[in-house]
Design a protein around this ligand. Structure first.
Ligand code: PBG
Length: 324
């Protein structure tokens, strides 16, 4: 026989054989579900560009968290849409702010899921930038104080993990110091370390009402081309005390996830962002792709690239599909 000895198709012939040799399954323990908290009571307002995602008042957040927990999802990450905005984002510090009230509600309801908070100014500033602005420049060092106060305020309300997404230099150290000074040495920091300046955040800015009113985020978020620089950002965040590092977005940056996974021995998270979600939803609604298969393929791909933790708007659907 001249045919080569090897026939990889032998092990693909039946479902039993394929199951036997499958290299990995999707690990749902790493799923984090993002949620948007707005003022009021009994509010549940759909986000047009993100079907299935809502802006919700703290009481409604608690109700959805019950469902999230009962599905076995590990945690949620909360974003706030405050009552009022100003140039410094002061409403992010209020002990009765939207995020703080949502955390307290979740804890009072005795839910066990991890409550992670996004620490940033863009949802709270009237200009929509992630830091303070002076003469059209985004100030770095002046922003650190208010970011660390915000992280402390979240920790005081009961946050299990704080997740700074602002991309100011030195913010991990500033937040770590502030938390430690106030007896929150045990509150972990999940750093958005390699956060790229991306068009994939478009729908989120509608959901969180956080689009910059002037200019863009290129002076603080990373250039899409730079994978080596991502390693440097991760290294700096780890030196400053980050416990978990994140790559964001996920799909156009799978190589960066793999690089970070291979270079560092810490948990790696990836954010499967709003634009990635909306593209799938839109195509699925048109009947152009099979939603279930495409979502599970995407989540498997992100984990295969090396992320243990995935922040994803698909979390609830994915867990349901995997159970059934
Ligand atoms: C900023 C922040 C953003 C996202 C998470 N935190 C948006 C931005 O930088 O403009 C994006 C998340 C998503 O697109 O799903 N605080």
């Amino acid at each position: 026989m001249s045919f080569p000895l090897h026939r990889p198709r032998r092990l693909r012939r039946t479902e039993k054989l394929r199951n036997l040799v499958r290299e990995r399954d999707i690990n749902t323990a790493g799923f984090i579900y993002p949620m948007f908290v707005c003022p009021g009571a009994k509010v549940r307002h759909g986000v047009d560009s993100m079907p299935g995602v809502y802006q919700q008042s703290p009481d409604a957040i608690v109700e959805e968290c019950r469902e999230v927990e009962s599905l076995g999802i590990s945690g949620v990450i909360l974003f706030g849409l405050p009552e009022s905005k100003d140039p410094r984002g002061m409403s992010s510090l209020a002990s009765d702010g939207v995020v703080q009230r949502a955390i307290e509600g979740i804890k009072k309801a005795n839910l066990k899921l991890l409550v992670i908070t996004d620490v940033c100014l863009c949802e709270y500033t009237d200009h929509g930038h992630c830091g303070l602005v002076k003469n059209n420049e985004i100030l770095n060092d002046e922003t650190l104080q208010i970011l660390s106060e915000q992280a402390l305020s979240h920790a005081r309300a009961g946050a299990d993990i704080v997740a700074p997404s602002d991309m100011m230099d030195g913010r991990i150290k500033a937040i770590r110091n502030k938390l430690d000074e106030h007896d929150f040495a045990n509150t972990p920091i999940m750093a958005y370390s390699a956060k790229f300046c991306s068009a994939f955040y478009g729908p989120f800015r509608e959901a969180a009402d956080s689009a910059p009113k002037m200019g863009d985020r290129r002076s603080y978020q990373m250039d899409s081309a730079n994978a080596r620089e991502a390693l440097r950002e991760v290294q700096l965040d780890l030196e400053e005390g980050a416990d978990v590092v994140m790559v964001k977005p996920a799909l156009a940056y799978l190589d960066v996830i793999r690089l970070v996974r291979d270079h560092f021995d810490v948990p790696v998270a990836a954010y499967n962002v709003s634009g990635e979600y909306s593209m799938v939803k839109a195509a699925a609604q048109k009947g152009w792709v099979e939603e279930k298969r495409i979502v599970l393929e995407i989540l498997l791909g992100i984990q295969r690239a090396g992320a243990e933790i995935i922040l994803t708007y698909h979390a609830k659907d994915a867990v349901r599909w995997l159970k059934s």
